[in-house]
Design a protein around this ligand. Sequence first.
Ligand SMILES: Cc1cc2nc3c(=O)[nH]c(=O)nc-3n(C[C@H](O)[C@H](O)[C@H](O)COP(=O)(O)OP(=O)(O)OC[C@H]3O[C@@H](n4cnc5c(N)ncnc54)[C@H](O)[C@@H]3O)c2cc1C
Length: 349
Amino acid sequence: MGSKYCLFPAAQAARSKPRLKVMVIPPIPIAPDIPVDPRSMGSVTAQAPLAKLTTLRVGGSADYLILPKTPQQLLFVLNWGQEKGLPITLLGAGSNLLISDQGLPGLVICTRALRHSEFDPITGQVIAAAGEPWSSLAWKAARQGLKGFEWTIGIPGTVGGAVVMNAGAHGGETADLLIETEVVSPNGAIAILKPEDLGFRYRTSKLQGSNLIVTTATFQLSPGYDPAEIKAATATDLKSRRETQPYHLPNCGSVFRNPPGFDATGQAHSAGRLIQQAGLKGYQIGQAQISTLHANFIVNLGGAKASDVLALIRHTQSVIYHQHGIKLETEVKIIGDFDTGNFEAQSEG
Ligand SMILES: Cc1cc2nc3c(=O)[nH]c(=O)nc-3n(C[C@H](O)[C@H](O)[C@H](O)COP(=O)(O)OP(=O)(O)OC[C@H]3O[C@@H](n4cnc5c(N)ncnc54)[C@H](O)[C@@H]3O)c2cc1C
């Protein structure tokens, strides 16, 4: 692209250096001589409720929450968190998260205010900041006659969340489009990582469970298409989602990964089909319910607790295991302390 957008100027230099491997990043100190001024970080809120920052609308409070608006604020707040020895949790749009009712300790950084995107209609390259809504890129690309983002429509996450989760739909996934991503570690070290560094698999990447923060990502789309044609394909995908998924109620997308293997009829296993066949559609614990529209979704009927959602997850896993011997793994990230233990450490995917 003509002018390559990049949150951190240092990363421009890193582009010309040999590729760095995940976790082997030389630290770049963040202005150690400048005292941290909370105003430089944007406003940090203490005891900040997190439920409203998730699409499921459950979960307790963060000890500290910040939504940095600029890369500089992000770097300052990382430095501040490091100095205070706070654990750091990243939040994008919170559309794949089940946060404990007890909330999260330490510092929660929500990237959704880090917004920027640039499209090059000639080369088909797109660069977007971590907080850019994933779905919005589909319409912007369509308007420029760029093909490739149609399947992202209706996925309510951010660019950062899509890269970390390897979001996908209708046979497409983030890994197919990614050229490179810029990441920063909690100590301020910046690196450019390529898809081969990221260990992409079905709805996961090596970035999950690492402490690296995605700040921007560059994608390759196919240029030169008729915008009307791309818009029509995008609208069709959106319509089909709205008809088959419970967009009218708070939820966190697909709760379970599709298990590997095939059923007796030779069809690839589908978590939703297994749950539906088990008669669990509409099954409810507290105000959490297995959606009557799509069995792989749990909806919040209003006032659900994270503990209700987790109990429903465990009940479903138990039923499917007893019926089929299949262990359903969660796609949703379960974070924070639950009565049964800390789930970050026991993450299933
Ligand atoms: C109605 C609905 C439909 C959905 N449909 C789909 C679908 O079709 N396909 C699909 O793949 N997913 C789908 N999802 C799930 C979800 O939208 C995706 O997983 C999305 O990519 C998550 O992005 P997010 O920004 O919300 O991440 P979050 O849920 O906020 O976070 C997810 C994980 O990524 C980490 N993370 C987030 N941002 C960053 C960052 N900048 N740097 C480092 N780590 C970060 C978080 O710490 C967490 O571990 C759906 C969800 C809903 C509610």
